[in-house]
Design a protein around this ligand. Structure first.
Ligand code: MOS
Length: 700
C-alpha cells in the first residue's frame, strides 16, 4: 500500500535485518486484542480494595473569589467521605504550571476551575455530593472575547522554543510594492481535544509512598511534578500509564486530575479514583486557542513571492501563558525576500489553552495555505505550480539547509494520484443537480523533534529479549514499533522481542508529544539493542542514554512535509459540505511500521476534516466558558462524515535525524487538511469562507 514514488530518494519498504526482521513492516498492534476484548486496563479501572471516587465542583463564575463553601448537605449524604475545599492544597509546594494550583486559594481565574472536590464510596454518590456543595462567590467583571484590538495583548519573546517574531527584509515596503497582493484574515475558533478516555487518575498512598495510575502522555513528567508538589523524592512515587485512551496533546502535561486524586487519597486514607466527567473536560484539558490570522502575500507577476506577512492574534488564560504559535509555519514554507511572522497574545478570563494535535502548525497552515490559494487565484496560476515555484533552497526563517525536504515530490505525486491534471480552475461551475463540486490542495509541514531518552535491552537465557522504556502508548502502537526497532537492531525476529512501557520503574523517557515519541525512545532502544548485539558480553542488560546526542543542536532545518488533496460536494439547498475524497502524501523520513503509520496519518486527516467542517467551541461572553461541553454539541466527525480517505508516503533517506532515520508522523496529518478542504469549497462555490468550521449556517 505504500508508494516508493516520485523523485525522493527511496528505501525498500520492510528492510530486512540479518535474520528477517522487518522494520517498516505492517506489524499488528501488540495490545490490540487486549483492547478490543476489554482486558487492557485504563487509569480508572484499577479497582483497588477500599477505593473511593472523587467528583469536582466547577466554579460557577468566570472571575472572582470563593467567599464561602457550605459542605453540610453534601457531607450528610450517606456514603460521602469528604469534601475538599479551597485551602486544602495550601500545604503543597506551588506548581510551576498554574493549572495545577487547584484548591490552594480562593481565587477563581475562570469558569469551571475546581473549587471543591467531593469524595464518596461510589461515583454516583460523589456526583450527588458535588452537586449538593453550596459555593458563594465574590464576582468581578470578566473578559473572554478575542478581537484583533483586544486590550492587554503583548508580543511574547518566545514561542515553541523559538522567537515570537521573525522579520527579514522590509516586509511592509515589499508588500506595498508588490505587483499582486493578497491581504486576508482567517479565523480558527477554539477547538477541544476529546480523547475517548477522559483525564483520569487512581491514586493510592501507602505511608509516604504514592502510586498513581493515570492517563498521561508522559509518566516521567507526572512523577517529577508530583514529587515537587508533594515534596517527595521521586523514588517514592510510582506512575503507571499502561494504556492510554488518546490524548492529542491534552495529556502531554499533568492535569488537575492527578493532583486532586493524590490529594483526596491522602486526605481520606483511601485509594481514590477521579475520572473527569466529559462535561467538565473542556475547561481543564486545554484547548486549541482561537486565532485571528492576518496574511499578506505579495508576489511578482511571475508568481514569485516578494513579501510574506503572517500576524497571529490569540488568547491565553491568566493562569498559564500558552501561545498558539500559528505563524511559525511561515518561517518554513516559502522562499521570500521579505518575511514577517509574529504573535500577539491576549490574557483573558478563559480556561487555559494548551497543546492540541499540531498546535501552531494546524491553524497556521490553515491560514497560510488558504491565502496561498487566494494568491494562485489572483495570479491565475495553478495552486500546485505556485507552491513549486516558491520552493525555498534554505529554510526562510533560519537560513539553515533542510536535512531533507520533499514537499514538491509530495505535491507532484499527490497530483498524479488524485488526477489533478486538467483541472478546470474556474470556481463554481461544476454542478450536479443541487451540488457544487470542487477540488483543493494544500501543503503540510511539521517539525522533526527529538528529546533525550533512556532504555535498556536485556538478553534472556531462552533467546528472547526484553526492551524497557517508560514510553507512553497513547493508542499509536508505540509498543509495537519499539519492538520492531529493537528486533532490527538486534538482528532477531520480531516475536523474540518483548517491550515494557508505561511504568515509572522503567528507564525515564520523554513524553508522547510533539510527534517525538518514537523518534526519541527508539533512538535509545536502538542504541541499547545495537550494543547488546555487538557486545553480548556487556549483557545480559545494556543501558542506553541519548542525552548529549538527541539534544544536540542540528545545523539542519528538520521537518516532515506533505500534501493534501480534497474533493468536496457542497449542497446548495442545505449548505452541507460533503467530503468525497481526501488524499495525503507525506515525506517523513523512514516509516517504521506501515500499518500504524497509515493509521496515524488518516486519523489526523480525519481530525483535520473535523477542524474544517464540524468542530467548534465558542466562548460564551456572558458565562465565560464553552457551551459545547459534550460530544452531542462538540461534533467530531463520525464514519458517515469520512469518505474515501487515503494516506501514502514517499520514503526519505535522511541521515541527520536518528539511527532509524525517522521523523514524526503523529501530527503532520492534521496540518493543511482544513486548508485543502476550504480551498475545495471555494473551487466548488466561488466563495471564500475565512472562518472555520464550514458548517451549513455559514455556507448558506
Ligand atoms: Mo501533540 S499536541 O504534542 O500530543
Amino acid at each position: 500500500m505504500t508508494g516508493t514514488t516520485g523523485t525522493a530518494p527511496s528505501k525498500d519498504h520492510g528492510t530486512t535485518g540479518p535474520t528477517g526482521t522487518a522494520l517498516g513492516a505492517p506489524a499488528e498492534r501488540r495490545e490490540g486484542r487486549q483492547k478490543v476484548t476489554g482486558a487492557a486496563r485504563y487509569a480508572a479501572e484499577y479497582a483497588l480494595p477500599g477505593r473511593a471516587h472523587a467528583w469536582p465542583v466547577p466554579a460557577a463564575v468566570a472571575r472572582g473569589r470563593v467567599t464561602g463553601v457550605d459542605t453540610s448537605a453534601a457531607l450528610a449524604l450517606p456514603g460521602v467521605l469528604a469534601v475538599l475545599t479551597p485551602g486544602d492544597a495550601a500545604g503543597l509546594a506551588a506548581p510551576e504550571d498554574g493549572t495545577l494550583a487547584v484548591l490552594r486559594s480562593a481565587d477563581v481565574p475562570h469558569r469551571g476551575w475546581c473549587v471543591a472536590l467531593a469524595v464518596a464510596e461510589t461515583p454516583e454518590t460523589a456526583r450527588a455530593a458535588a452537586r449538593a456543595v453550596r459555593v458563594t462567590y465574590g464576582t468581578e467583571a470578566h473578559h473572554v472575547d478575542l478581537t484583533e484590538d483586544a486590550p492587554g495583548g503583548y508580543e511574547p519573546d518566545e514561542v515553541a522554543g523559538g522567537p515570537g517574531r521573525v522579520e527579514h527584509g522590509d516586509p511592509e515596503a515589499a508588500f506595498a510594492a508588490a505587483d499582486v497582493r493578497v491581504d486576508v484574515t482567517y479565523r480558527v475558533p477554539p477547538l477541544h481535544n476529546h480523547p475517548m478516555e477522559p483525564h483520569a487518575t487512581t491514586a493510592h498512598w501507602e505511608g509516604d509512598r504514592l502510586t498513581v495510575y493515570t492517563s498521561s502522555q508522559g509518566g516521567t513528567t507526572v512523577r517529577a511534578t508530583l514529587a515537587q508538589l508533594f515534596r517527595l523524592p521521586e523514588e517514592r512515587i510510582t506512575v503507571v500509564a499502561e494504556h492510554v485512551g488518546g490524548g492529542f496533546g491534552s495529556k502531554g502535561t499533568p492535569r488537575p486530575d492527578v493532583v486532586l486524586a493524590a490529594l483526596a487519597a491522602r486526605h481520606t486514607g483511601r485509594p481514590v479514583t477521579l475520572a473527569y466527567p466529559r462535561r467538565l473536560l473542556p475547561t481543564v484539558v486545554g484547548h486549541r486557542a482561537p486565532t485571528v490570522q492576518r496574511l499578506r502575500l505579495g508576489a511578482g507577476t511571475d508568481g514569485r513571492l516578494t513579501a510574506l506577512l503572517h500576524e497571529v492574534t490569540t488568547h491565553t488564560s491568566h493562569v498559564r501563558e500558552f501561545v498558539e504559535y500559528a505563524a511559525v509555519v511561515s518561517r518554513v514554507m516559502y522562499a521570500t525576500p521579505a518575511l514577517l511572522s509574529t504573535h500577539r497574545v491576549v490574557p483573558l478570563d478563559v480556561p487555559s489553552p494548551s497543546w492540541m494535535r499540531a498546535p501552531g502548525e494546524a491553524p497556521g497552515m490553515y491560514a497560510l495555505e488558504s491565502a496561498v490559494d487566494e494568491l494562485a487565484d489572483a495570479l491565475g496560476t495553478d495552486p500546485v505550480e505556485l507552491r513549486v515555484r516558491n520552493e525555498p533552497r534554505r529554510e526562510p526563517g533560519s537560513g539553515k539547509p533542510f536535512s531533507s525536504r520533499h514537499v514538491v515530490e509530495c505535491l507532484r505525486e499527490g497530483a498524479r494520484r488524485f488526477g489533478w491534471a486538467g483541472r478546470d480552475p474556474r470556481p463554481g461551475v461544476r454542478r450536479e443537480g443541487p451540488l457544487l463540486v470542487g477540488t483543493g490542495v494544500a501543503a503540510a509541514t511539521y517539525p522533526f523533534q527529538v528529546a533525550p531518552s533512556t532504555a535498556t535491552a536485556e538478553a534472556r537465557p531462552d533467546g528472547t529479549f526484553v526492551v524497557r522504556v517508560n514510553a507512553a502508548d497513547i493508542g499509536t502502537g508505540a509498543r509495537t514499533v519499539l519492538a520492531q526497532i529493537a528486533a532490527d537492531a538486534l538482528g532477531v525476529p520480531l516475536e523474540r522481542v518483548r517491550t515494557e512501557v508505561g511504568h515509572s520503574d522503567l528507564p525515564p523517557a520523554p513524553l508522547a508529544g510533539g510527534s517525538c515519541g518514537t523518534a526519541s525512545w527508539g533512538w535509545a532502544v536502538h542504541e541499547a539493542c545495537a550494543r547488546l548485539a555487538a557486545h553480548p558480553e556487556e549483557g545480559p542488560t545494556v543501558h542506553a542514554d541519548t542525552t548529549g546526542e538527541a539534544d544536540a543542536d542540528s545545523p539542519y532545518a528538520r521537518h516532515a512535509f506533505g500534501a493534501h488533496f480534497a474533493e468536496v460536494a457542497v449542497d446548495t439547498v442545505t449548505g452541507e459540505v460533503r467530503v468525497r475524497r481526501l488524499l495525503g502524501v507525506f515525506a517523513a523520513g523512514r516509516i517504521l511500521n506501515a500499518r500504524t503509520a497509515r493509521s496515524q496519518f488518516t486519523g489526523a486527516m480525519v481530525m483535520g476534516l473535523g477542524m474544517a467542517l464540524t468542530e467548534h467551541s465558542t466562548l460564551d461572553p456572558a458565562f465565560g466558558d464553552f457551551p459545547e461541553s459534550d460530544l452531542a454539541s462538540y461534533h467530531v466527525p463520525v464514519h458517515a462524515d469520512v469518505p474515501d480517505i487515503e494516506a501514502d508516503w514517499l520514503d526519505e533517506d535522511d541521515t541527520h535525524l536518528n539511527p532509524m532515520g525517522s521523523k514524526g508522523i503523529g501530527e503532520i496529518g492534521i496540518v493543511g487538511t482544513a486548508a485543502a478542504l476550504g480551498n475545495a469549497v471555494h473551487h466548488a462555490t466561488g466563495i471564500r469562507f475565512r472562518e472555520l468550521p464550514l458548517t451549513p449556517d455559514r455556507i448558506l
